[in-house]
Design a protein around this ligand. Structure first.
Ligand code: ASP
Length: 321
């Protein structure tokens, strides 16, 4: 089943607006409060930054950086662990007006990959847009970001989760999104439109639990885990190999030329499930947030739950699961 929700500025409202997500999966009841609290601060952070006149690009970076530092989500200091028990972080950000992105993958020693991705966007000058592994970390050093030890990014909750997953012989990156397993995900993302009508999108993740070292999913891939153009902005979460295979965020933004954000979000999640199946024939699942240049927003997800929220100028901030 696909849950679809519209979230639109009322007619006549032209101010800034944002949508956030904190992952789409079977979020257990005991984790809901922490997710909601983290989302609430993220939405307030974005609201304040937009009201202060910051650009959509700055705002999505700030909102996602907050969620990377929160600990409730599968990003930054709450990240799940790879098969060898390490944290590897991926993030991507895109300026819709310039159609310019910055991404990093395999970050092991920095708390805020989204800030490094923003720095790639701002300083790469399109001679490079996507840095990975040691090269990305060298760039982060040169850009003045502070290093931390990888073990300092490992939280107790995920260490314990890793210990129990390590006992399972066969584990597939699709499992968390297809089965009712108690395995945390919680990729984070934000899309925003600023007071000048400019759009941006950002996504950050700790990846899927117990994946092979070096595996990179959709989250830092432009068009897959995030995308922004002058017409719309999107951020995705879910089974990364599947989302990348259908270029889900690009497809959703393209759809905005012919249908509402709500319908485009629904179509993106439906296509994901129809076109990509796991070895048992189950359709891929995930979630998406989508915002058009006209202030029409849409949420869609095919997982049991999705952590989400939003705000527009003149309205009240909200969060829900
Ligand atoms: N899409 C992410 C990945 O595959 C995981 C997630 O959204 O939770 O790395």
């Amino acid at each position: 089943m696909i849950v679809v929700e519209p979230y639109c500025r009322p007619p006549g409202h032209a101010g800034p607006m944002l949508l956030v997500h904190g992952g789409a999966w079977n979020i257990p009841d005991v984790e809901c409060d922490a997710h909601l609290a983290g989302l609430q601060i993220a939405v307030e952070t974005g609201k304040n930054a937009l009201q202060a006149g910051n650009s959509a690009l700055q705002v999505v970076a700030e909102v996602v950086a907050h969620m990377e530092g929160d600990g409730a989500f599968d990003a930054g200091c709450g990240a799940v662990l790879t098969r060898s028990g390490k944290v590897e972080l991926d993030a991507g950000i895109m300026d819709g007006t310039a159609r310019h992105f910055g991404s990093v993958a395999g970050i092991q020693h920095f708390r805020h990959p989204i800030k490094i991705a923003l720095s790639v966007l701002e300083n790469g000058g399109r001679t490079f847009c996507f840095l990975s592994g040691a090269g990305a970390e060298k760039f982060a050093d040169a850009s003045g970001f502070s290093r931390v030890k990888n073990e300092n990014l490992v939280c107790l909750r995920e260490q314990q989760r890793y210990d129990s997953l390590a006992a399972q012989a066969a584990y597939h990156t699709s499992h968390p999104f297809l089965a009712d397993e108690d395995v945390p995900r919680g990729t984070v993302g934000c899309v925003a439109i600023d007071q000048h009508g400019k759009l941006a999108a950002a996504t950050s993740t700790g990846g899927t639990p117990f994946r092979p070292d070096g595996r990179v999913g959709d989250s830092p891939m432009p068009g897959a885990g995030f995308y922004a153009s002058p017409d719309g902005a999107a951020s995705a979460t879910g089974w990364g190999e599947a989302i990348a295979s259908v270029s889900m965020c690009f497809a959703a933004v393209q759809q905005l030329s012919s249908c509402s954000a709500e319908d485009a979000a629904e179509a993106a999640i439906r296509t994901l499930g129809l076109q990509i199946k796991n070895e048992d024939g189950q359709g891929a699942t995930g979630g998406i947030i989508l915002l058009s240049a006209t202030g029409e927003g849409g949420f869609a997800f095919s997982t049991p739950r999705m952590a989400r929220g939003g705000w527009y100028a003149g309205g009240d901030p909200w969060v829900r699961i």
